[in-house]
Design a protein around this ligand. Structure first.
Ligand SMILES: [Fe+2]
Length: 567
């Protein structure tokens, strides 16, 4: 049974291929078009999953699209119908237009780009795709699920329970009372781009400041209700009014002192306090929702998805702050992963196929052999050297303070580079954060880089139990006190780090890099950040890697077993 999952028409379009429940291939479209978070139809990603598996569209049994325009038919929604942003939003108010929209559905895109007979297409509701991504990528027999983002068709949060191949929705919450919108409002108010720069605000929130005055003020705009529900006072927020210029009202500005932030250009103490206060309130809301979910499901396992759960700072606290002991978040909890969620939903919930409770690596994208790498280098007359032991040489260079761009194996699917399309550096070097930020990522100095370690050492370096795993860099945890000074480049202001644990069987190349680095320095940790320049998509091919290498301050480039130096 071959299923193609698509996220299309939303930001972060992507395509994946599922065969007999196995995730065979997948990629975000932005990596091909080089346009960050693109919402165009993912024709390049779809071509990749078909071509790399020698398949035609006629070999595919089903296509599953992660958005259901039909959901807009269900009831009149004045909030959306008078502020339409999507074609299907017209369904709420103008039935005359119905048949025009049907003509231009994703089905027609598939037909236009790939021709031939189109397999049956399912349109799966946005939050069901998030829930399927969360639960079916986990290995739990049973788990409570919570999805939260800005908005799907009309939902912005769903809760339920997953058992075997079934997802049972207990309840959902609709816009405008949205956690994602709440976070986005403050992202914009601080001068950043909403629905894009939320993680910059999250990074600001780690500064150690007293923000209690603002926490109280922001908290006063939120009403926590029984049964794990909440409301945002709409006199402060207008994110649901999508044709309005701002997400916040003048009343919210006045409440917080009549100021607006200036984003990265001029980060000041007020911005830091607002970011921290808002993060605290967002966490309080999420804990309120989760506490009630626990009471209703009484399971210790929880799986989470939706853009809100890109918030690795909160993710790392869930096991401590709620009764859920086992927390799973996939490598792509945001909308890019909804292609995967859509395909999994069809496979398990509609076609009743049994689950596979196995670890799923995120490296499901394209890979490149040595010949194609040499060809890309020769075309540009670039000199290179073949390495006998690439991980050892990479570790050597890192330990000497050099910053390396590494391309090896298959490209990762989600936003997080996990050692296959990564920039690596020495975490011991106090200047490394500024060096990588200033010369390579061209981004704000306060944003932290992630520490990657080997699984068996994680509890020695971080305040976690032995056996702790965080494969996808999805959680922030505390670094043990004595290692904070030893690892300044990956230790955030509050002593935390966005941990990644690497197992040899999952990524032998990257595992060996860390192991070799440990042999040289005694520390089994390297600095890992995605291989891209700020605001560009992560590199996909040797061509992208070479171009990023020469357009940045990177000192060495390693493509599989081939080393390129600027000297
Ligand atoms: Fe979403």
């Amino acid at each position: 049974m071959k299923i193609i999952g698509l996220n299309s028409g939303e930001i972060n379009s992507s395509a994946v291929l599922l065969n007999e429940g196995n995730i065979i291939s997948g990629a975000p479209e932005e990596r091909f078009t080089r346009s960050k978070k693109t919402k165009v139809f993912p024709k390049n990603a779809m071509k990749f999953i078909l071509d790399s598996n020698q398949l035609q569209l006629t070999d595919i049994d089903y296509v599953s699209q992660a958005w259901n325009p039909g959901a807009s038919w269900q009831k009149y929604n004045p909030m959306i119908s008078s502020n339409r942003t999507k074609r299907e939003d017209y369904f709420y108010s103008i039935p005359d237009h119905l048949f025009n929209f049907v003509e231009r559905s994703p089905k027609d895109w598939v037909k236009m780009e790939f021709g031939g007979k189109i397999p049956p297409v399912y349109f799966i509701q946005h939050h069901r795709c998030h829930a399927a991504n969360a639960f079916f990528l986990s290995t739990f027999e049973e788990a409570a699920f919570l999805t939260a983002d800005w908005r799907g068709e009309y939902e912005c949060l769903t809760r339920g329970i997953g058992k075997e191949n079934e997802l049972t929705i207990l309840d959902s919450q609709e816009v405008p009372h949205s956690l994602g919108m709440f976070y986005a409002t403050f992202t914009e108010l601080l001068g950043y781009q909403s629905d894009n720069d939320e993680w910059k605000v999250m990074a600001l929130s780690a500064f150690q400041v007293d923000c209690s005055k603002y926490t109280k003020l922001i908290r006063s705009t939120v009403n926590l209700l029984p049964r794990g529900r909440f409301e945002l006072d709409q006199s402060y927020y207008k994110g649901a009014l999508l044709d309005q210029p701002n997400l916040y009202t003048g009343k919210l500005l006045d409440l917080l002192g009549g100021k607006k932030g200036k984003g990265s250009a001029e980060t000041d103490d007020w911005m830091i306090m607002i970011a921290k206060a808002m993060q605290e309130v967002a966490e309080e809301i999420a804990v309120h929702v989760l506490d009630d979910l626990y009471e209703r499901t009484k399971t210790e396992n929880v799986v989470l998805a939706g853009g809100f759960f890109m918030n690795s700072v909160f993710n790392g606290k869930i096991a401590d702050r709620t009764k859920f002991k086992n927390v799973f978040i996939s490598y792509a909890p945001d909308d890019v992963g909804n292609s995967l969620g859509a395909a999994l939903y069809v496979n398990h919930c509609i076609l009743n196929q049994p689950r596979q409770k196995v670890f799923r690596p995120s490296a499901i994208g394209p890979s490149f052999n040595t010949n194609s790498i040499k060809e890309a280098l020769n075309r540009r007359n670039i000199k290179y050297r073949i390495l006998d032991n690439p991980p050892q040489e990479v570790a050597n260079l890192i330990s000497q303070g050099y910053v390396i761009g590494l391309l090896q194996g298959r490209m990762e699917f989600g936003d997080r580079a996990l050692g296959n399309r990564s920039i690596l550096g020495d975490p011991r070097n106090v200047k490394m954060k500024d060096k990588v930020n200033g010369m390579i990522k061209y981004r704000e100095g306060y944003r932290p880089f992630a520490p990657a370690t080997i699984s068996e050492e994680s509890h020695n370096i971080f305040e976690v139990n032995s056996g702790f795993e965080c494969h996808y860099m999805e959680k922030v945890v505390k670094i043990r006190e004595k290692f904070r000074e030893l690892l300044p480049a990956v230790t955030h202001y509050d002593g935390s780090g966005r941990i990644q644990t690497v197992r040899e069987e999952d990524n032998p190349y990257f595992y060996q890099v860390i192991k070799e680095f440990q042999k040289i320095t005694g520390l089994p940790v390297v600095l890992n950040t995605s291989f891209n320049i700020n605001a560009e998509p992560v590199v996909l091919s040797p061509d992208d890697a070479i171009s990023t290498f020469y357009n940045s301050g990177l000192e060495f480039l390693v493509l599989e077993n081939i080393l390129v130096s600027k000297n």
